[in-house]
Design a binder for this molecule. Structure first.
Ligand code: HEM
Length: 264
C-alpha cells in the first residue's frame, strides 16, 4: 500500500519482504518539484475507454431509434396527440448506422448495451473489491463541508495542486457517484423495462416506471443527463490540464504540480 491514498490498488500489492525495493508504482520525482504519481490502474483505463466507445454507439443508435417516432409521452401508450416533446429530424452523421434504419439501429443498440453492461459490471466489481470506490469516491465529512469552497474554486477554474491533487475533489466524487449509482442504473432499468422479454418475465418493472411511454421518456432523460455529464466532464478535463489528464487515463501516470503560495 502507498501512503497517499490514491495510488494503492489491488494490482499494486507487493509480496511480503520486498519493501526495500522501490515499488513500480511509487512516486517519480520530476524537475521543478513536480511529481509523477500513479493514478489509474489498467482495469480502470480499459473499462473507461471501452465505455466511451460503447456509449458513443449507444447514443448514436439511440438517436436513430428515436427518429423512427421522434416524440415522447408520459403514461402507458402514445396517442400521437399530446407528446410532451417532439424532435426535428437528426442529420445522418449523428446516427448509427448513418441513415434512418430502425432494424439495424436496434441491432447496434442491443449489441452495445450488453457490452456496456458487462464492461460496467467489470469496472464496478473492480472498484468495489479493490477498495477504490471507497478510497477515491466516497466523500468524507471534510469533503462535504468543503462543497461551497469547491464550487467557488471550480467557478474560478482553479484546480488543486500538491497533495490535494492526489485526490478527487468533492464535486468530482459526487458527480462520479451520481453517474455510477443513479444515471447508469436508471439507463439500464428503463432500457430493460422496454424489452418484451423483460415485460413477460417481470411486468412489474414497467408498472413501477409508469408505463411504456414513461419508461421511454425516462430512458431519454437519463441518456440526456449522461450526455450532459460527458460535456461537463470533458470540459473540465480540458481546463484542468488536457494533456496531463489524458496521459493519466492512457498510461496511468499523472503529474502533480507543486503547491505555490497564492500570488493574489
Ligand atoms: C462517455 C461517458 C464517460 C463516462 C461515463 C466517464 C466516466 C468517468 C469516470 C467514472 C471516471 C473516474 C474513473 C475512476 O477513477 O475510477 C472518469 C475519469 C476520467 N475521464 Fe471519463 N467518462 C466518460 C467520457 C470521457 C471522455 C469522452 C473523456 C476524454 C475525452 C474522458 C476523460 C477522462 C479522464 C482524463 C479521466 C481522469 C480524471 C482524473 O484523473 O482526474 N472521459 N471518467
Amino acid at each position: 500500500m502507498t501512503d497517499h491514498g490514491v495510488a494503492d490498488t489491488v494490482d499494486d500489492e507487493r509480496p511480503q519482504g520486498e519493501a526495500a525495493r522501490p515499488h513500480r508504482h511509487a512516486d517519480r520525482p520530476l524537475t521543478g518539484g513536480r511529481i509523477d504519481t500513479w493514478r489509474h490502474p489498467l482495469t480502470v483505463r480499459l473499462t473507461h475507454w471501452l465505455n466511451v466507445f460503447a456509449m458513443t454507439i449507444l447514443v448514436m443508435s439511440g438517436i436513430n431509434i428515436l427518429m423512427a417516432h421522434p416524440h415522447l409521452y408520459w403514461g402507458i401508450r402514445s396517442t400521437f396527440a399530446d407528446p410532451w416533446m417532439s424532435f426535428p429530424m437528426a442529420p445522418d452523421w449523428l446516427m448509427v448506422p448513418m441513415r434512418r434504419d430502425l432494424g439495424a439501429a436496434r441491432g447496434w443498440h442491443f449489441l452495445f448495451a450488453w457490452i456496456f453492461v458487462l464492461n460496467g459490471l467489470v469496472y464496478l466489481a473492480f472498484i468495489t473489491i479493490s477498495g477504490r470506490l471507497q478510497r477515491m469516491m466516497e466523500p468524507t465529512r471534510a469533503d462535504l463541508a468543503d462543497i461551497p469552497h469547491s464550487i467557488v474554486e471550480h467557478a474560478r477554474l482553479k484546480f488543486p495542486k500538491g497533495e490535494e491533487a492526489r485526490r478527487y475533489n468533492v464535486l468530482q466524487k459526487l458527480t462520479y457517484l451520481l453517474v455510477l449509482l443513479v444515471l447508469l442504473p436508471m439507463m439500464l432499468a428503463t432500457g430493460l423495462a422496454m424489452s418484451p422479454m423483460m415485460n413477460a418475465a417481470l411486468p412489474e418493472l414497467l408498472w413501477i416506471l409508469g408505463g411504456r411511454q414513461s419508461a421511454r421518456t425516462l430512458h431519454f432523460l437519463a441518456a440526456s443527463g449522461l450526455v450532459g455529464f460527458v460535456f461537463v466532464h470533458v470540459a473540465l478535463v480540458v481546463v484542468a490540464g488536457f494533456t496531463n489528464n489524458m496521459r493519466s487515463m492512457i498510461t496511468g501516470w499523472f503529474v502533480i504540480e507543486p503547491e505555490k503560495e497564492d500570488a493574489e
